[in-house]
Design a protein around this ligand. Sequence first.
Ligand code: BDR
Ligand code: CA
Length: 323
Amino acid sequence: MSFVKDVILDVDTGIDDALALILATRLTHALRIVGVTTVAGNVDLASATENTRSVLGLVERADVPVAAGADGPLARPLRTAPAFHGDGGLGDVDSSDWNVPRPPLLDEPAPSFIARLAREHPGQITIVATGPLTNLARALTEDATLARNLAGLVVMGGAIGVPGNASPVAEANFFTDPEAARIVLSADLPTILVPLDATEQVRIQRVDVERVRARAPSRRSPVADFALEICEFYLRACESHGREGAALHDPLAVAIAAIPELAETEPLAVQISTLDPLTAGQCVVDRRPRTPLRPELPPNVHSCTRVLADTSRQLILGEIFPR
Ligand code: BDR
Ligand code: CA
């Protein structure tokens, strides 16, 4: 029996968020997008929101409600990531002159939108969060019933057993808003964590974009052309930082939300450090053995450890660049 999940995507669009949005609209057998909420992260809130509406317009999903949320982290200044995502968030692409019908922006702020939908459809909605967790932290703080009204949460964030990508120990989404990550991971909510340990295994390589670029332009859709352009920017940025290929962080979170079998998970007790300057955003995992004096901490996340990297990569690229 096929089972379609109702999802709200919480994004800081961003190149890989844009790819994740495209992917989510393609996986209709598994995901029904009931809303998209935006948050400041890779870019400021206005850019994240405009990019999100443009991408949804391009993929002909002007029907999806979009709600804007937090314009900065709970307790710190916003640090954006123009080196990887470009000044506007979509590499060199300026979507402001695209002639596509875009979804309207709701009046309701993202935290209240999330809480309301969860209340109206208890146990039905899964959040897939691919940006800093500010909106969700606010929503959980403002509405004590939210955690039990949600079906679950899939979070792209954290580094468990690998180095960070924003600091020696922290992944960018958790580094940007560690206080929010701490609140969300402490909530009593079934959470699948998709950390760098998994996403760094699933990369787009130069040869992938060259293959798509080599197709006759008439065989590429406007969506594929857009995706190609932002992937080329993202690859150049990663290569100039000494990396080979570019990790498909946010699309992998969407893929795992749709097809959980793509990853093996491990139950972990994880807390997020909010201590500056060295460890903010670090995942602190309690792996100590249980003793009579120290009972085991209950796990609060299921963290993706092994991932079917090649299958995931092929699925993501196959959906974004269909032949
Ligand atoms: C995460 O940080 C952002 O820059 C990306 O969009 C992704 O969500 C990867 O660490
Ligand atoms: Ca993101």
